[in-house]
Design a protein around this ligand. Structure first.
Ligand code: GLY
Ligand code: MN
Ligand code: MN
Length: 444
C-alpha cells in the first residue's frame, strides 16, 4: 500500500477549510551543451506524490462544508515521439490511477486552471521565497483571481509557508520510509566493507570511490546520496574533501564518508581504515577514542532526551580523551569541564555530532523547540532518523603531540529513534578495530 495518499490526507486535515496548497517538483537542470544533470525529483513533492517525473505540480484543496478534499496532479502528457527518445511517461490518466489522485491534468493547463482553483479559497499554502520563477508564477495566478473581483470572486487573503508543516511531517519517519532507509543503510554498509577489502597502499583515492559506486549501483541504488569523500592521510583533516585524486600511501589511514540514495532515501556512513590493513599505535589509540565517543553518543539516542544530549555525550568522551593523550593540557585549558565550557576540544573536533537524515542527507525539521521562549534543544521522538558521527582531526601545531599529526578519523552511523532507544541502520559496515583488521587481512 503506497503511503502518499495518506500523507496528503494528513496535510489536508491540518489546512484551513477550503484552502489550497501548491507544490512543484524540481526543474531539470542543464549541465553542459545539451546534457542535463541526472534528474532528481524534489523531496517534498515526492513525499506527497510518489511521482518522479519532471514538470509536475501538486495541488491540494482542503475540504469545506459539503465539498470533499481534492488532490490534483499536473504532469507531462503522454507523447509517443518523446517516449521513443526518452522513455515512458505516465501521462495524466495513468498517473491519476497509479498514485491515487482525484484529478490529473496536463502541465500545460496549470496556469489556466489555477485561477479557477484559487477562486474563493481563503488561504494559499506555498513554499514562499524558494524559487523566484515559481514565486512569479504564483503571483500571476493571484493576479488573475483578483482580476475577477468585479464578478464577486474573492482571492486568497492569507498565504502560509507550506514547508514548515511538511518539514515536521517528514521529520517523523513512517514504517515505509524506515524500510527504505534500512535498505540504503545496508547497501551502503556493504559498500564500505567492499571498499575496505579492496584497499591497498598505492591505490588512488578514486579507485576506492569506484568500489563504493559499484556496490551502490549493483544493488539498485540510483545515486550516491552526496559527493563521496575518500580522504587518505592528511586529506582526512579537510572536512569536505572531495577531489579524491591522491595516491594512498602505506601507513596512512583512509577516511571514507559515502552513502547511497535508494528510492529517494539517503544513507550517510563514515568509516576510517588503515591502507595496509593494520592500525599503527597512534592511529588505533585515536580510533578507539572516537569509537567510545560514538558508543556514548548512540547510547544517548532515546525518546524523551534532548537532541543536544547526543553531541554532549560525544564531546565529554572526546574531551576527556584529549587530556589523557596530551592533546589538551590542564595548565592551558583547566579541567575537562572548563575545556568543554570554553570549547577547547574544537581544535580537534569542530563539527556537530549529527543531523536529521531522510530523503535529504541533511534532512528537514527543526533542531530546537521554537515554540518555547529559550528555544531549547527538542526532545527525541520515535521515528526521528539521524546520524551519529563524532570524529577527531589533528592538524600539526605547536604543543600537539607529533605522533598524532595529520590523523583524521570519523565514525558515522545512521539510527532511528524507537520506543526503547534506537535502531542502528548501518551495522553492516565493520567498525571495531579487530573486525576491520580481520576483514582486510582476509582479502590480502
Ligand atoms: N556526508 C555528509 C555528512 O556527514 O554530514
Ligand atoms: Mn552526516
Ligand atoms: Mn557523512
Amino acid at each position: 500500500m503506497m503511503p502518499y495518499a495518506g500523507r496528503r490526507a494528513r496535510l489536508l486535515a491540518r489546512m484551513q477549510p477550503g484552502a489550497v496548497a501548491v507544490l512543484g517538483t524540481a526543474p531539470e537542470v542543464l549541465r553542459n551543451g545539451d546534457s542535463d544533470y541526472p534528474y532528481r525529483h524534489d523531496s517534498h513533492f515526492y513525499y506527497l506524490s510518489g511521482y518522479t517525473e519532471p514538470e509536475s505540480f501538486l495541488v491540494l484543496v482542503a475540504a469545506r462544508g459539503e465539498q470533499a478534499a481534492r488532490s490534483i496532479l499536473f504532469c507531462r502528457e503522454k507523447n509517443v515521439e518523446r517516449e521513443i527518445w526518452e522513455g515512458f511517461r505516465f501521462g495524466p490518466d495513468a498517473a491519476r490511477q497509479a498514485f491515487g489522485f482525484d484529478e490529473a491534468w496536463p502541465i500545460g493547463e496549470l496556469d489556466a486552471r489555477m485561477a479557477d482553483i484559487l477562486a474563493d479559497a481563503p488561504a494559499l499554502y506555498y513554499p514562499l521565497g524558494v524559487n523566484a520563477a515559481r514565486d512569479a508564477q504564483v503571483a500571476g495566478w493571484l493576479k488573475a483571481v483578483r482580476a475577477r473581483a468585479r464578478t464577486g470572486v474573492a482571492a486568497p487573503q492569507t498565504t502560509h509557508h507550506l514547508l514548515g508543516m511538511l518539514d515536521e511531517m517528514r521529520l517523523l519517519k513512517d514504517d515505509y520510509e524506515i524500510a527504505l532507509m534500512a535498505r540504503a543503510g545496508l547497501i551502503s554498509g556493504q559498500a564500505h566493507a567492499r571498499a575496505m577489502r579492496a584497499t591497498r597502499p598505492g591505490m588512488f583515492e578514486y579507485e576506492i570511490e569506484a568500489e563504493l559506486l559499484h556496490e551502490f549501483r549493483r544493488n539498485g541504488a540510483q545515486f550516491p546520496a552526496y559527493p563521496s569523500i575518500v580522504a587518505a592521510g592528511a586529506n582526512a583533516c579537510v572536512l569536505h574533501y572531495s577531489a579524491n585524486n591522491r595516491q594512498v600511501l602505506d601507513g596512512e589511514l583512509v577516511l571514507v564518508d559515502a552513502g547511497c540514495e535508494f528510492d529517494g532515501y539517503a544513507a550517510d556512513i563514515t568509516r576510517t581504515w588503515p591502507a595496509n590493513g593494520r592500525f599503527t599505535d597512534p592511529q588505533r589509540t585515536l580510533y578507539e577514542l572516537v569509537l567510545r565517543a560514538q558508543a556514548a553518543a548512540i547510547a544517548a539516542v532515546e525518546p524523551g532526551r534532548p537532541y543536544s544530549a547526543i553531541h554532549d555525550a560525544a564531546v565529554r568522551v572526546l574531551t576527556e580523551g584529549m587530556f589523557d593523550l596530551g592533546l589538551l593540557d590542564r595548565d592551558k585549558v583547566g579541567s575537562p569541564d572548563d575545556a568543554i565550557a570554553a570549547r577547547a576540544y574544537a581544535q580537534f573536533y569542530m563539527h556537530g555530532t549529527g543531523h536529521w537524515l531522510g530523503m535529504d542527507v541533511h534532512d528537514v525539521g527543526a533542531y530546537r523547540d521554537l515554540t518555547l521562549p529559550d528555544k531549547p534543544s527538542r526532545a527525541l521522538l520515535p521515528g526521528m532518523a539521524l546520524t551519529v558521527e563524532p570524529g577527531i582531526y589533528v592538524r600539526p601545531g605547536e604543543g600537539v603531540p607529533e605522533r598524532f599529526w595529520d590523523i583524521g578519523i570519523r565514525i558515522e552511523d545512521d539510527v532511528v529513534v524507537t520506543d526503547a532507544g534506537c535502531r542502528v541502520l548501518t551495522g553492516d559496515a565493520p567498525k571495531d578495530v579487530a573486525e576491520i583488521e580481520a576483514l582486510m587481512q582476509e582479502s590480502r
